[in-house]
Each structure stands twice: as structure tokens, then as C-alpha cells.
Ligand binder design. Sequence first.
Ligand SMILES: O=C(O)CCC(=O)C(=O)O
Ligand SMILES: [Fe+2]
Length: 325
Amino acid sequence: MLPVLDLSTADADPDAFRTAVREAAHTHGFFYLVGHGFGSDRFDEVLSLARQFFALPAEEKDEISQLESPHFRGWSRLGGELTNGAVDWREQIDIGPQRPAVVDAEGYWNLQGPNLWPTNPPGFRRAFERWSDDLAEVGMRLLRQWAVSLGATEDHFDAAFADAPATLMKVVRYPGSAEHPQGVGAHKDSGVLTLLLVEPGSTGLQVQTGDDRWIDAPPLEGAFIVNTGELLEVASGGYLRATRHRVLAPRPGTDRISIPYFFNPALDAVIDIIDLPEGLADLAHGVEADPDNPIFSTYGENAWKSRTRAHPDVAERHHGIPPAR
Ligand SMILES: O=C(O)CCC(=O)C(=O)O
Ligand SMILES: [Fe+2]
């Protein structure tokens, strides 16, 4: 079982919380977070809106098709996404900060732009904008704890998030499938940290604990599942792990609803490497060298890598990037 951390204890006993959050991210790269201040009504609201959206006919969902968005926003149909070159069996809406597109954008600046919001169910946009604003606060609180726990100042990461953080939220449904066992293939998240809400009872998330070893990470009532991303691995010289995870398609006849929120810095933010205190530096393994998955220290490079690989149809149609063979 992954560790459970209580954010409401962080003010009363910051040292204990910081040690726990550092150890959880070093050892597992994954933990459950309670005491975050969100009531069950908030969880129910967004999960219910997600369900209502996915129940709409495909033609209606297609009105916000991601194929129409140069900024990788909007709905992707089942099978419309790849991980490690293999098809993921999930449908989803990608939502980022609502900003104007960059004129004559090159490379990762194309990720900035407007969202494609569904008109149905009513209230969807308002609820998810609020969700995103509130989760940014939780993300920043955690990040400040991590900074101090690694021997840096509390505001070490603040500048990277100050002006235009490139957060990303996904509203996802994985239908049960015998033919398509890959809900989403094994990957690391490309940002700093992820706050994941999973509908109670949904199965499928697995976390890698060794070369060929995976453990189930079922939802825990009232908790977010938190995991560290590639940029924290970079910032900590590999002391904190961006742990690989995947989702297996649930049993046929069932489905899984999840809402991952990726707390990412500005596209042009370069993450400063923390000068770790001695006891920790000895335990930092360095950033994992994987020729198939280079990790960049500028967040936008990392995001552009992951978005163009995941949605090669959007990358080709809007940006002329030929699909990988
Ligand atoms: O849907 C989930 O539970 C996890 C999804 C995930 O890992 C991702 O989208 O990066
Ligand atoms: Fe992920």
C-alpha cells in the first residue's frame, strides 16, 4: 500500500510532514493525500459532470474534437491517443489555462491557446475552472514543502509558476475492454506533480515498483493520488522519482473515470537544480537515462515531447510533424 499523507498536519508539524512527503516521493514517487480541504461534494460534482459528458452521443462530443485545436485541447475519441507508440483505450477532454494563442508560435508555444469547452452538461466550464484554481493552491503548498525538505528555500519553485503556469487537466473515461488491455501505457508524467481524482470503485491504475513489478493503486475515499513528475526528478538530481505508471482497461461491462490535474510551470520555465544536503545527495541516483524518453529541464520542451507523441494526428494536421515510424 502506498503511504497516506495528511496535508492538514503540515502547519502544526511542518518538519514531520516534510520528512514524510520527501520520503514518499523518494521511495515510491506516489502517495495518497488527505486533509486537503476538499469536501466530498466537490469530488462528486466534477465526477458527475464527467459522467454526464461522456454519456453524450459521440457526435455531440465531437463538437469539441481535439483535432480542431492546434493547442491540443478538447475531446479525443477512444483510440485517439498513443503511449509508447501503442493505442490507449480511453476518451478524454484536455483542458489547460484559458489564454490567447501565441502569434507565429514555434514549438512548445503552440501549447498555449483557448480551450474547447462543452456546452453540455451545463456548468461544466465553471466547475472545472474552479477545480483547476483550487488544485493549483494544493500543488503550490506541496511544492513548497518539498523545496524545504530538500534543503532549498520555500520559494525555490515560485518564480516558475508565478506568471503563466502551463497546468493541464484531463477528464478521462476508460471503458472496460477485452480487446484493448492498454487504458494508458506505462509513462512518467512530464511536469512537477500530478493530483489525481479517481471515481470510487474504479480499477486499473498500477505503479511500477521494480523492473517488472507493478502494484495496484486503487482509489482511497476522500484522497487524491499524488505522483511526482519528470521535472522534480530533474530538480532533485533523481532523489525524487518520477515513477512509471499505467492504467489497465477495467473489466468489460465496467468503466473508470479519472481526473488527473498536472501542476506544471510556465512553458519557458527552466527548473533550477537543488543543491542537496549531503545525506540526501548520496542517495540521489541522477536522472534516469532513457534514450526513448529524453527529459528536458525546460518544461515546454518536455510538454511538447509528450503532447506531440500522444496526439500525432493533431501534431501532423496543425504542425506538420510527420508521425513516428
Ligand atoms: O487515469 C488515471 O488514473 C491516470 C492517468 C495518467 O496517468 C495520465 O493521464 O497521465
Ligand atoms: Fe500519468
